[in-house]
Design a protein around this ligand. Structure first.
Ligand SMILES: [Zn+2]
Ligand SMILES: [Zn+2]
Length: 107
C-alpha cells in the first residue's frame, strides 16, 4: 500500500540551512508529498517524479535563486527527521523510502 506523506517541517535537501520548510510545488504552488517508493508528487498529481529528479530551493542565499538537486544523505536525513518528529509514518515506511532512494542514487 502506497502512503503519501506531506513534505513539511523538513530541512532543505540541497543546502546546510538549518531551517525547516513546508515544501510547495514550484510550478503551481501546491503542497508536495512523497511515498515510500521514492516518488514525489504535488497535490493534483500535475507534477511528479523520483526524489533524485526533484529540485529544491529553500530561499537561502546558498541557492542564489536556483533550484538545486538534493543528495542521498541530505534528503534521507531531512525526510527521516521530518517524519519522526511528526509521527506521520511508521519506521517501515521510512525504511522502504530510504531503500528506494538508495536505488535511485545507485547505493
Ligand atoms: Zn505541481
Ligand atoms: Zn536550501
Amino acid at each position: 500500500m502506497v502512503i503519501w506523506v506531506r513534505l513539511e517541517n523538513m530541512k532543505c535537501p540541497s543546502c546546510p540551512n538549518e531551517g525547516t520548510y513546508t515544501w510547495m510545488c514550484a510550478e503551481d504552488g501546491n503542497p508536495t508529498y512523497v511515498n515510500e517508493l521514492g516518488v514525489i508528487e504535488c497535490q493534483g498529481s500535475a507534477h511528479t517524479g523520483p526524489v533524485i529528479n526533484w529540485r529544491w530551493n529553500c530561499g537561502s542565499s546558498k541557492h542564489n535563486g536556483q533550484f538545486l538537486p538534493g543528495d542521498y544523505e541530505s534528503f534521507g536525513y531531512a525526510i527521516s527527521q521530518a517524519v519522526q518528529l511528526s509521527g506521520k509514518a511508521e519506521s517501515q515506511w521510512l525504511s522502504s523510502l530510504i531503500l528506494a532512494i538508495g536505488k535511485q542514487y545507485g547505493r
